[in-house]
Design a protein. Structure first.
Length: 369
């Protein structure tokens, strides 16, 4: 926990007026804020005001910035921080106070019980994703599979949700995040109702050990092929297991690309966001995992010029992931050179699921086309 910051000096200019807020201490102050409040900054970006009521705290961002300590305003119960944000940013954040994590109580847009989502005014809309409060319970698909995998070990619960009556299987890696933090079933159903998504069957696959299961290795995909897909075929939901789209982010995106390369009879359509294609076995320096060969093991495999004419692959990466971009750009180029049909886009985000989620729905729909 960050040590308590000193009170703002008595003569300090109030920062709150720039955001259309009265000064703390006014009786109406805590009934007014919706945070983070935004004001234009001189460099074309934005200044964001975060507010916290109570003891000392700091605001922590997901994969975008170091934590920022909040300052107390003139002996009141108001703690605040002004944070400079670049244009076009959507970011997940939370407050840390007293060793606990909290969602922003003044922000109606959440991601699970202890996270909130901030977006600069110029960030693109995400029309399929409803605002979810910290206390909201997301709907879970009624169909579930108890999967005890011999190849992977352990038991896990896999949820299955038909969109538009069901169709080709869309395997969502890190499935629990898309069930419990972000309302993917609602988003895909809405896209279908608007004619922006064909029928499909979503299969939410949780990971037990991401770093092991999503590394470029065959065990996961052998288990999906030989164990999971037969269970999906028997679950009572319409599911075309002969056509498989794999959607993954970060290490999940790496695993999806690996599957398309090494299991082409299984995976011919991929939607990946910010794939960790810097990865190479044993190569990354733990202190600087992105400092290895550009494109990592996937680029090395693509340099062997495999025939990817069967593959339809959508790539997305955050605009603010500056060190990821060279790795992703090399893999995008090599994938297209190998004959795949490729779509490339950039999201207004860093390495953050809040920024990936619009691309997830859009790119899965494109992969199914």
């Amino acid at each position: 926990m960050t040590a308590a910051q000193p009170d703002a000096t008595t003569g300090a200019r109030s920062p709150f007026a720039a955001y259309g807020l009265p000064e703390p201490g006014d009786g109406d102050f805590w009934s007014a804020p919706r945070t983070p409040a935004m004001a234009p900054a001189g460099d074309g970006g934005w200044s964001a005001l975060f507010l916290w009521r109570g003891p000392a705290a700091e605001v922590e961002f997901e994969s975008w910035s170091d934590p920022v300590p909040l300052r107390r305003w003139r002996g009141t119960d108001c703690w605040y921080a002004e944070v400079r944000m670049p244009p076009r940013l959507r970011v997940t954040y939370r407050f840390l106070s007293g060793g606990e994590a909290y969602a922003d109580p003044f922000n109606p847009v959440g991601a699970g019980g202890e996270r909130s989502i901030a977006a600069t005014p110029d960030a693109p809309e995400q029309p399929h994703w409803p605002a979810v409060g910290a206390d909201d319970v997301l709907p879970l698909p009624r169909t579930r599979i108890r999967w005890a995998s011999e190849r992977l070990g352990g038991r896990r619960t896999v949820r299955v949700h038909p969109v538009g009556g069901g169709g080709p299987v869309v395997l969502l890696l890190d499935g629990d995040d898309w069930l419990h933090l972000h309302p993917a079933t609602t988003a895909f159903d809405l896209a279908f109702s608007r004619g922006e998504m064909p029928p499909a069957t979503l299969v939410f696959l949780p990971a037990r050990d991401r770093e092991t299961e999503y590394a470029a290795r065959p065990e996961l995909w052998e288990a999906v092929r030989d164990e999971l897909l037969p269970l999906v075929a028997e679950c009572g939901v319409t599911a075309d297991t002969g056509r498989l789209v794999v959607a993954g982010q970060s290490l999940g995106g790496l695993s999806a690309l690996y599957a398309a390369l090494e299991f082409p009879e299984l995976v011919s359509r991929v939607a990946c966001q910010s794939a960790s294609v810097w990865w190479a076995p044993g190569a990354p320096d733990p202190a600087d995992p992105l400092g290895g060969p550009v494109g990592g093991a996937i680029a090395a495999r693509l340099s062997e010029e495999p025939d990817l004419s069967h593959l339809r692959c959508a790539f997305d990466v955050g605009e603010h992931e500056t060190r990821m971009l060279p790795h992703c750009e090399r893999v995008e180029s090599l994938t297209e050179k190998a004959g795949a049909t490729v779509r490339v886009s950039r999201s207004a985000a860093g390495h953050d699921r809040a920024g990936w989620r619009h691309a997830l729905v859009r790119d899965v729909a494109w992969a199914l086309a």
